[in-house]
Design a protein around this ligand. Structure first.
Ligand SMILES: NC(=O)c1ccc[n+]([C@@H]2O[C@H](COP(=O)([O-])OP(=O)(O)OC[C@H]3O[C@@H](n4cnc5c(N)ncnc54)[C@H](OP(=O)(O)O)[C@@H]3O)[C@@H](O)[C@H]2O)c1
Length: 267
């Protein structure tokens, strides 16, 4: 399938790289519309894809168009290519906060797919939730699933409301994890470890713990109990985390991010 990109930035490159590595599309079948000359040259040279300084040729050449511009650039894109897509073409938007209805109104087209990826997509470890309009064909749904699975895990939902939840949990999620990782590295330094050693220990501990939950399929609480000896060091630390309200604060953080995402979508 011929695939086009409107915007050739960080997320577009992540999807492009995954798609080509995963064999979902060949470089010759991809065209990217991107205003920055240096960026166009880089993408053409690095990936061998077609590039254009305007979006019209991208729309004409592509069965599926990936919309990967910042939210504030959407009105310009609507003015540029709104009404230019034909039946049988579809648009996959990854633009944060842009709802199916506004994308469909702006593009004057009903073949809309909306996806919410996250930054680990850049290394093929992303989490993407997506939905699409009922008019999107089975072939385009399969292609969407195939593209998104090359940048990590993907989940299809049939109700757009879940994308506000994905925004709060998986799209903002890396920031929560980075905050915890940074604090643990600092903690290692506080108790006397060299920073590089602390960093290495924290990264492997987080990676190993996530893999243990995933591979054993056990409840995280059960695995936590297995680390916690009666009267031991872990029990002491866990009590401090409970007293500080850490579990409740994480729930509150996701709750307020969810409400904010809903509010932004209403503006
Ligand atoms: N990063 C994430 O984790 C994440 C997660 C979920 C969703 N998203 C969404 O993904 C989208 C892209 O994010 P990003 O981080 O990849 O942004 P980015 O690196 O800024 O990429 C956007 C690119 O589009 C170009 N552009 C601007 N106006 C254009 C136009 N009219 N036609 C064609 N191209 C145009 C920009 O050029 P200029 O530099 O000249 O503006 C830039 O190169 C955003 O809407 C973001 O909300 C990102």
């Amino acid at each position: 399938m011929n695939i086009g990109f409107i915007g050739g930035g960080t997320m577009a490159e992540a999807i492009l790289g995954g798609m080509l590595d995963g064999g979902v599309a060949a470089a010759a079948d991809v065209m990217i519309g991107e205003p920055v000359p240096g960026r166009r040259d880089y993408l053409a040279e690095r990936y061998g894809v077609g590039v254009s300084d305007s979006n019209g040729p991208v729309v004409s050449a592509s069965e599926m168009v990936v919309m990967a511009v910042k939210p504030q650039d959407l009105p310009k894109v609507y003015a540029d290519i709104g009404g230019r897509l034909q039946d049988g073409q579809s648009i996959m938007s990854i633009v944060a906060g842009a709802k199916m209805k506004s994308l469909s109104d702006g593009m004057r087209h009903d073949g809309i797919i909306r996806a919410m990826p996250n930054t680990p997509a850049q290394i093929g470890e992303g989490m993407t939730m997506w939905t699409c309009a009922s008019s999107v064909s089975a072939t385009h749904r399969e292609t969407t699933s195939a593209i998104l699975s090359t940048i990590g895990d993907e989940i299809y939902v049939d109700d757009e409301k879940y994308l506000d939840m994905a925004t709060a949990l998986s799209a903002s999620g890396p920031a929560y994890v980075f905050l915890i990782v940074e604090a643990l590295i600092d903690a290692g330094v506080y108790v006397g470890l060299p920073r590089d050693v602390s960093r290495r220990m924290v990264l492997q501990t987080v990676k190993g713990s996530v893999a243990l939950v995933s591979e054993t399929g056990r409840h995280p609480g059960e695995l936590r109990d297995m680390v916690t000896s009666p009267g031991g060091t872990t029990a002491e630390a866990l009590l401090t985390l409970e007293h500080a309200g850490v579990p409740a604060a994480l729930v509150d953080a996701v709750k307020v991010a969810h409400l904010k995402s809903i509010r932004l979508g209403q503006d």
